[in-house]
Design a protein around this ligand. Structure first.
Ligand code: ADP
Ligand code: ASP
Ligand code: MG
Length: 817
């Protein structure tokens, strides 16, 4: 004898029902089939009752939907016309009754528990009747005859001894297929229709399996088994092959909806295994739940589950310390009021006890506890009882964690790194469950990071917000798009662009945006962009492992970094504003990154994609000391000096640099040396200097007056400088020298006079002499690289290399776990 339970999800469509039919047809031994209501019907019934109570006509519409759903299934799934007619004859009176009851509620405006239980029972009554006509040679039984309930506080709970006896009487002689409606029952004393609570069909099946000593209880649903987490939230959740009863109870108690928690106990008692299977995929063997230490999956935990709606009641007061009996009074009071407590955390000082209850129970808990401790509260030995709402509970479960050190640490670390703080944390001495209460808004993220850190991962995930759609950003998005598959295959890294924004539009999608037509998508489907919109959306999405990639030159955007990092979002930026802002701000940003365990990377701020900052950091981290930095950091100026010749005067060379897209449309940003100053400030800081932009000595390239004129005036007058530059060029040519704008940081000099940007005449043979096109070069003199400084040289400008540098920064974040 076998008991098989098919959930509403398996009975949602005629295709689903066909599969169920095939599964049952395979059985050769007698089977009891327990069925839920058709998919969504229980919810609709409760909804219709609610509308009727509020005298809302919509209850009729919901009723029609329920009716159509059933007649539609009959039309599609029942084979012969005769059976259809017979079934219609039986179904119609049931539907008529339901309609009348709803109308009664509508007219009277009263919905008692008894009426509500009656209304909701139609789901299983209708579904079992229909299924009994679809499955050949099946016989329908009425579970209200043998599943009996009694009252405990406000709830119906099964009277197990009586139900056991009756189940045996009614079902002992099943020799083919018995169909039984799940969920519904009747009260022992009044014989009113009752039920076993939402999800209760599993429980019906378990009670029957236990009473009949079934060989196995099969729970058929729409997932391949009990999984490491709810697959509807965690994409990478996978099936657990085996679980012990204890593990299954812990997981389901903490919200793994796949099994209704009370289901486990009756079969556990009789040592009957449970198998969870997928009616849509019979090739999967599912999960076996049995009475022994389950098969080791090589991981310290078996699964993660969560309860969405948690409230935390705190009883606190110095007067509680050392007093015997406070806890007894807390739990007795809650129990007497029928409140179930699923989490308790008490500080060893005994000065506070926090209790996790479900949200609907919170207000009443607060009231009854306040009454119980009224005297102590009045005396001030216990504070007012507080309740915190909008919380969730997340639990990690597994018998293997017993005696394994560091599991709680890993759990807390994973949450901490994602900026999720814990309001209460508990671990039972049995060490099969560690649970913690967190803010509800963090639940999804918490599940993801916990799953990621305990189970996985073949893949690590990075979620990117890319700001800017200019040259660098578009190259970057192209590069990501091309490299994505390789990173996934070879580096097991999943790169998800979850947000793109420019100055006009912003578009977000937590599942990831397609990168081929992102621009059209952004401009057509994006919302109006602003730093606030971007900021709010990132916080609202609250995604784990996220990286904010700034490819703009905007100050507003750079001002967002600190708060983002405080919320554990890493920053990768090509925007120089933040790293070259005041030293105080720069240090704050670095500290924020360190404190929150995230990255603040800006390699491309100097020398585009050249590995300058990374190299300097590697040197200093390994104990070397930077003594001096000398660098040519302006690709534009270098281009200008390299282009100067007898035929090409200074003014023409400037024009050419603009045309070649090296310089900004207003080339004075480069000519002023300001850009180089910023880069030098950043480098000096990375080398350990406390430098401000104003500390850099800058010898101007051209007189100040050129910067005070309009851009048009500048273009009209700059040729005045041609002659002097040509003279200098000729002289230098004879001497075998070239002009370079050199930035220098000299650690040997006192602060404030150790940074300089000036034109140098470099001799043939000097490393800066042969510096083609717009290339950059940096010479790093350190204690170790002393006589022969380290030289890094290459393209120092250009969208493609900058994008590549940004990309490399992003990838380097993947190492944080
Ligand atoms: P049924 O109608 O078959 O009773 P339920 O909706 O009650 O189905 O339970 C199945 C659902 O449980 C799955 O669709 C899945 O979303 C959810 N679920 C939650 N946690 C888990 C888990 N750890 N493993 C598998 N499914 C889970
Ligand atoms: N139909 C009931 C519910 O939706 C019972 C069940 O499906 O197990 O809660
Ligand atoms: Mg269920």
């Amino acid at each position: 004898m076998k008991v098989m339970k098919f959930g509403g999800i398996s009975l949602g469509t005629s295709e689903g029902i066909d599969k169920v039919k095939d599964i049952i047809a395979e059985e050769t031994q007698p089977v009891v089939i327990v069925v839920s209501a058709l998919y969504g019907v229980t919810e609709m019934l409760l909804q219709a009752a609610e509308y009727a109570l509020r005298a809302d006509k919509k209850h009729e519409m919901v009723f029609s939907m329920i009716q159509n759903l059933h007649t539609d299934i009959i039309e599609k799934s029942v084979e012969s016309d005769r059976s259809k007619r017979e079934l219609d004859d039986e179904i119609m009176p049931l539907l008529e009754d339901l309609k009348n009851i709803l109308r009664g509620v509508f007219l009277i405006g009263d919905l008692s528990q008894k009426t509500s239980d009656k209304i909701v029972s139609y789901g299983e009554r209708l579904s079992s009747l229909i299924i009994s006509k679809i499955i050949p040679n099946a016989r329908l039984y009425d579970s209200t005859q043998f599943i009996k309930t009694t009252r405990q506080f406000n709830k119906h709970i099964p009277d197990i001894p009586l139900s056991n006896k009756l189940i045996k009487e009614y079902l002992n002689h099943v020799d083919g297929v018995a169909i039984v409606p799940g969920f519904i029952a009747s009260s022992r004393d009044e014989n009113d229709i009752t039920n076993l609570g939402r999800g209760g069909s599993d429980y019906t099946a378990s009670l029957i399996a236990a009473a009949l000593d079934a060989s196995v209880l099969e729970i058929w649903t729409d997932v391949d088994g009990f999984m490491t987490a709810d697959p509807k939230i965690i994409d990478s959740a996978y099936v657990i092959e085996e679980l012990s009863y204890i593990e299954a109870i812990e997981l389901s108690n903490f919200g793994a909806k796949v099994i209704y928690p009370p289901t486990i106990f009756p079969v556990y008692h009789k040592n009957i295994p449970i198998r969870v299977r997928n009616s849509f995929n019979t090739t999967s063997k599912g999960t076996l739940i049995l009475n022994k230490q389950s098969k080791d999956n090589g991981k310290v935990i078996k699964g993660i589950s969560s309860i969405n709606d948690t409230a935390l009641i705190t009883i606190q007061g110095l007067g509680m310390v050392g007093i015997i009996g406070v806890n007894h009074r807390i739990f007795r009071t809650l129990a007497l009021n029928g409140i179930s407590v699923f989490l308790v955390s008490q500080a060893s000082s005994e000065n506070s006890t926090s209790i996790g209850v479900s949200t609907p129970d919170a207000a009443i808990s607060q009231k009854v506890l306040s009454e119980e401790f009224a005297h102590e509260i009045a005396m001030g030995s216990i504070n007012e009882i507080t309740v915190e709402y909008n919380l969730s509970t997340i639990a990690i479960v597994g018998q293997n964690m017993k005696n394994v050190p560091g599991v709680a640490g890993k759990f807390c670390g994973a949450l901490g790194r994602s900026g999720i703080s814990m309001m209460a944390l508990t671990q039972g001495a049995s060490e099969t469950n560690i649970s913690c209460v967190i803010k509800k808004e963090n639940l999804r993220k918490a599940l993801n990071v916990t799953h990621d850190s305990f189970f996985l991962s073949p893949y690590q995930e990075l979620n990117l917000f890319i700001i800017g759609t200019g040259n660098v950003a578009s190259k970057l998005l192209n590069q990501i798009s091309r490299q994505k598959e390789t990173l996934k295959e070879q580096n097991k890294l999943l790169m998800n662009v979850v947000g793109i924004a420019n100055g006009r539009k912003a578009l977000f999608n937590r599942e990831g945006l397609a990168l081929d037509d992102y621009y059209t998508n952004l401009m057509t489907n994006g919302v109006k962009s602003s730093p606030e919109t971007i900021h709010n959306k990132i916080f609202e999405m609250n995604i784990f492992n996220s990286v904010f990639v700034d490819c703009t030159a905007s100050e507003d955007i750079s001002e967002m970094y600190k708060e983002l990092m405080s919320h554990n979002v890493s920053i990768v930026t090509a925007n120089k504003i933040a790293a070259s802002s005041s030293f105080e701000n720069y240090s704050k940003l670095k500290d924020t990154a360190r404190v929150n365990g995230v990255k603040f990377l800006f390699e491309t701020n100097v020398g585009a994609g050249l590995p300058i900052i990374n190299t300097m950091n590697s040197l200093t981290n390994s104990g070397d000391k930077i003594i001096k930095l000398e660098a040519v950091l302006s690709g534009t100026l270098n281009y200008i000096f390299n282009t100067l010749s007898e035929e090409i005067p200074f003014s023409k060379a400037i024009k050419m640099s603009v045309e070649a897209n090296f310089a900004e449309p207003d080339p004075r940003t480069d000519l002023s040396g300001l850009d180089v100053v910023r880069k030098l400030v950043i480098l000096s800081r990375e080398a350990g200097g406390k430098i401000e932009q104003s500390d850099v000595t800058k010898i101007p390239l051209i007189p100040q007056k050129y910067f005070e004129r309009t851009i048009d005036e500048f273009w009209e007058t700059i040729s005045e400088m041609d002659e002097s530059f040509e003279e200098r060029r000729k002289k230098l040519e004879l001497e075998g020298k070239r002009l370079r704008l050199v930035a220098t940081y000299d650690n040997g000099k006192a602060d404030r006079c150790n940074c300089k940007v000036a034109l140098h005449e470099v001799e043939r043979g000097h490393p800066f002499y042969d510096l083609e096109g717009s290339n950059n070069i940096i010479m790093i003199t350190t204690e170790r690289y002393n006589e022969h400084p380290m030289v890094i040289k290459g393209y120092g400008a250009g969208a493609a290399v900058t994008a590549a540098g940004v990309f490399a920064d992003i990838i380097s974040i993947a190492n944080i776990r």
